[in-house]
Design a protein. Sequence first.
Length: 276
Amino acid sequence: MSGARAVTTNQPDIYDKLEEVVRKYASTEYLRPIADHTRIAFAEAEKFVLNFYEQKIPTLVAMRTKQQVVKCCPPACAGMTNQGTGGNEGGAVRGTYKVILDSGCGTGESTLNIAIANPDVPVIGIDKSAARLTKAGGAGLNGAAGLNCAAPRNAFLVRAELLDFWRLALGKVKAGQWHIPYHALYYPNPWPKQSEATRRFHLHPIFPTLLQLGDTLELRTNWELYAREFAEAARVATPDCSIAREPFDPERPITAFERKYKEARQQLWRVTINHV
Ligand SMILES: C[S@@+](CC[C@H](N)C(=O)[O-])C[C@H]1O[C@@H](n2cnc3c(N)ncnc32)[C@H](O)[C@@H]1O
């Protein structure tokens, strides 16, 4: 996977109507109906979380992946397993289940890595691409026959549309049933053409939902402009959050795209948004 091209764009700087767009969506609700397939996928994820905490998982999630699983903890996850829970063993806080999301997980490599680093918390990897998930032995294949390598029991991959999954997840958070300490958004599609800008998550009506979901949201990207825009959109939408944007160079890549970009010696960027 070497030789990845750097992002090219006809957009000279951060989106010129960023503030207007972000403010508009901050005061409106995203009402597109939720697709049935994502409702079904979400119900599966809910069941997985429940079973995890009730210790009823019948079999280990079996995964087939050619990628080596790197046993390292993404920096933003470090030490968060029992964060703020008053000594809970399994991550449940007074009837609230801790859940980590890995949105746009692709082949699920990051999901496995985050799960290994956080063994007490279920980690849900979500992607709409059956092809990518199938590479990992993922969506709908959890525990299926023919998969040849065991993954951590707290990892679960699901095929779903993020714009819908996030709204369903926020419903659980608002109901006090889920608590999302960490949300990974690693290398989302950049939509680099200026005319495509409003397809980027931070210029889309879904952005307020995304920001409300968890304690820490970590975006990774190989496009500096995307990182700047994302951080600026978060600043406009949630002035009370702490927002950090920085270049970073992971010692060991934890996603397929991260590896590809690193091999191509591209600069990587990280934006971390913390609710304070
Ligand atoms: C550039 S890839 C990065 C994959 C992975 N995070 C990695 O770093 O290897 C972006 C992924 O996001 C997924 N994706 C993009 N938009 C999505 C959406 N609206 N719902 C679900 N998945 C989405 C794509 O299918 C793709 O697998």
